[in-house]
Design a protein around this ligand. Structure first.
Ligand SMILES: *Cc1c(COP(=O)(O)O)cnc(C)c1O
Length: 406
């Protein structure tokens, strides 16, 4: 039987210094050398098993990187102090001044702001296109294009990228396909579908305890080494280094990722179906009316379901705000950005995580004011959650009272 990602992760077995079942945490910023020559060599090329300085690499960060490479099925992976630390390192490593990026228009607000505003400093331009149209992506490619960028399942509209088709196009133009897989760890395996570089904000599902920010870049050994190069590596020089203590705690949390993803997905699917039956405007890749349903079904690992995110359009920002406040008061979750927590998190993306995107562009991409993004939690009795949510919606007249009976 072929190893699945979760099995490879399970097999990664490290011993601590005293035979502990967890690897020891490296509590040092700098490392000694027995000979001056080895230190010189380590600066010049990466000497196997030698550590120099913890911004470059540390045992704890390498363990976590190894686990993430196993998760995504890539040769290597580098961890960072945040998802944005990972994203910005990749972009600045691949692009020089005057270069061009073709990106999905429905991406994380911070990534969008970085590409649209910050990269002006380097005269790097981005064409934001509808990446569900391979034609539109191809049309946007110029002689200066250095990468194609998308999210496997996009934030916040849950647009599903056809990674196989995008990878084929990228190969044809000899460009790397960079995929942010934050919304769908284990569910989607972009590298297996042909993507070259996979990024995660570990802050979300992978860590799963909403207690830190962190990120990762998964790719070839060469690319990961280039990011660490002491002379020219964006990862090394921008300094977005993850602390060893955090790396160790994220690695421990990763051990339950497969179980959590199944529960997040099962709960989200249950609610999506119920909301749809109630006549609400719900968007979830598991529903057959979702524009990305077929692509998702084709490329997903079915045992993990369609993911833990769903959006609900409740018509107006007032409705959205009152509903979120009421749900929080009823202990259904938190009115908070981010995702992948044990508790349900909800926010109105138009006024929070996607507020970097101008109103007009928000409209164009279908991001309306009354939209609530839910990251569904690990609730034990989702039927109970649904009943309470429904009562909240009826109290606010988002749902008519008559549906109370069934
Ligand atoms: C949160 C998020 C990021 C940014 O990650 P940080 O850890 O907050 O820096 C990037 N992409 C997606 C899809 C996200 O949800």
């Amino acid at each position: 039987m072929k190893n699945k990602a979760a099995d490879s992760l399970q097999d990664l077995q490290y011993f601590g210094e005293f035979g502990g079942v967890n690897p020891s945490i490296s509590d040092s910023s700098t490392y000694t050398f027995l000979s001056a020559k080895t230190m010189f060599d380590t600066f010049e090329v990466n000497t196997e098993g030698c550590y120099l300085y913890s911004r470059h690499s540390s045992p704890s960060n390498l363990y976590l990187g190894e686990a993430l490479a196993a998760l995504e099925g890539t040769e290597s992976a580098n961890v960072y102090a945040s998802g944005m630390g990972a994203i910005t390192s990749v972009i600045l490593q691949l692009c020089d001044a005057g270069d061009h990026i073709v990106s999905s228009r429905t991406i994380y607000g911070g990534t969008y702001a970085f590409m649209k505003n910050f990269l002006k400093k380097f005269n790097i331009k981005t064409s934001f296109v509808d990446t569900t149209s391979i034609k539109a992506v191809e049309k946007a490619i110029t002689e200066h294009t250095k990468m194609i960028y998308c999210e496997a399942v996009s934030n916040p509209l849950l647009e599903v990228a056809d990674i196989e088709a995008l990878a084929k196009l990228a190969k044809k133009h000899n460009l790397p396909l960079v995929v942010d897989n934050t919304f769908s760890p284990l569910t989607i395996a972009p590298a297996k579908l042909g993507a070259d570089i996979i990024i995660h904000s570990l802050t979300k599902f992978i860590n799963g305890t909403s207690d830190c920010v962190a990120g990762v870049v998964c790719g070839t050994a060469d690319f990961c080494l280039s990011l660490k190069d002491v002379n020219s590596g964006a990862g090394m020089l921008l300094g977005s280094t993850l602390d060893s203590l955090r790396a160790a705690s994220i690695l421990k949390n990763m051990r339950t990722l497969h179980i959590r993803m199944k529960q997040h997905s099962a709960n989200a699917f249950y609610l999506a179906k119920k909301f749809q039956e109630d006549g609400l405007t719900v968007s979830y890749p598991g529903l057959s009316n979702h524009p990305g349903h077929e692509v998702m079904t084709k490329q997903m690992n079915h045992e993990y379901g369609y993911g833990g995110l769903l959006t609900l359009n409740v018509g107006s920002l007032e409705n959205a705000n009152s509903l979120m406040e009421l749900m929080q008061a009823k202990k259904l979750g938190y009115l908070a950005v981010s995702l992948g927590f044990y508790k349900t998190l909800f926010s109105a993306p138009g006024t929070s995580t996607s507020s970097e995107i101008p109103l007009e562009e928000q409209k164009e991409m279908g991001l309306s004011e009354g939209l609530i993004r839910f990251s569904i939690g690990l609730d034990n009795t989702i039927e109970r959650t649904y009943q309470i949510m429904k009562e909240c919606m009826m109290q606010l007249h988002i749902l008519p009272e008559k549906t109370l009976q069934n």
